[in-house]
Design a protein around this ligand. Structure first.
Ligand code: BTN
Length: 322
């Protein structure tokens, strides 16, 4: 595949995270003369990429880098997730863009990212707030005609993929909170919103993922403590690398869910949540249920032994911890 010249230059600069590229070296590596290199650099700046020029050292791409579909999808090595990636500066909601694309042939595995959402949504109709260019706002569209992708399984798989992806890319240890929260030191840093439409024969799933990379929502706009990766790292995270790691993990989990191999998902999730046998309060259908957690299962959701001795199942879609 021949890349547009500015994409080629972007890739070369991105792949040298530690330093500058001499202009002569960059032109040679991109196969461009100096005039066309100058045009490619100008096009990148127009497109919003921040480049630092040094007369002595050449050119450097300032990190973290604006989201770029090609940088996310190249050599991703996944089966389905990330087959196609599109990045927008601004949308209403990446989940909505994914849903719009579900009418198109070959949409399976599409990943939609945006630098800003005008109407980002969280669970239970809540707003998902994120300032422009700071965080990861992404949605994965999957065709699920055989209806094998259960809502509970996808919710916990996506949370786990985020936790593992953050760990792999940033070295930060994440915990999970039922059903869809990813926490760092007890503060929420990411959330997952799984939506399903259609029924067996023609069904699609959209997995929306919001990760606070460099900015947390204002404390007065959320009901739980929030944090972001940069606060824990002491420097900004490279969102492209975080997104790639999450997509790889999600792809593996989706594959296993379809094959009904759920044992590892089950144990891996439990190992990160510390909820087994804990006494919790669950909110579901306007009621509050208190009891001991017997299980969190990919197909049955949260299983609670209530204080009055009943065993209740709470699906991810309609329950939350108090
Ligand atoms: C939650 O914790 O309530 C779930 C939040 C999910 C937010 C993401 S951001 C990308 C995608 N698009 C949306 O509108 N929502 C999800």
């Amino acid at each position: 595949m021949t890349l547009p010249t500015s994409d080629k230059v972007l890739e070369l600069l991105y792949d040298r995270p530690e330093g500058f590229f001499g202009l002569a070296e960059l032109a040679a590596a991109a196969g461009l003369d100096r005039k066309r290199l100058g045009a490619a650099i100008a096009a990148m700046r127009d497109d919003g990429y921040e480049l630092e020029s040094s007369p002595a050292h050449g050119l450097r791409l300032v990190r973290p880098v604006k989201l770029n579909a090609r940088l996310i999808e190249r050599d991703l090595g996944t089966r389905r997730v990330g087959r196609n990636v599109i990045c927008f500066d601004e949308v209403d909601s990446t989940n909505d863009v994914a849903w719009d694309s579900s009418r198109q042939a070959g949409c399976d595995g599409l990943v939609v990212l945006a630098e800003f959402q005008r109407k980002g949504r969280g669970r239970f109709g809540r707003e998902w707030l994120s300032p422009p260019r700071e965080n990861i706002l992404m949605s994965v569209l999957l065709a699920d005609d055989s209806a094998l992708l259960a809502h509970d399984a996808l919710t916990i798989a996506a949370g786990l993929a985020v936790a593992e992806g953050v760990e792999a890319s940033c070295g930060l240890a994440c915990e999970l909170k039922w059903p869809n929260d990813v926490l760092l030191d007890g503060a929420k840093t990411a959330g997952v919103l799984v939506e399903l439409k259609g029924s067996a024969g023609r069904r699609h799933v959209v997995i929306g993922i919001g990760i606070n990379a460099s900015a947390s929502p204002p404390a007065d706009k959320v009901d739980a403590r929030a944090t972001c990766l940069a606060d824990r790292l002491g420097h900004p995270a490279e969102r492209i690398e975080v997104a790639r790691c999450v997509l790889r993990r999600l792809d593996e989990r989706v594959y296993l869910i379809e094959k009904r191999e759920l044992a590892e998902l089950h144990t891996a999730w439990l190992a990160r949540c510390g909820m087994l046998n804990q006494r919790v309060a669950v909110l579901a259908g306007g009621a509050r249920h208190v009891g001991r957690v017997l299980d969190v299962s990919p197909l049955e959701g949260l299983v609670l032994c209530t204080d009055d001795g009943r065993t209740l199942h709470f699906p991810a879609k309609s329950s939350t911890l108090a």
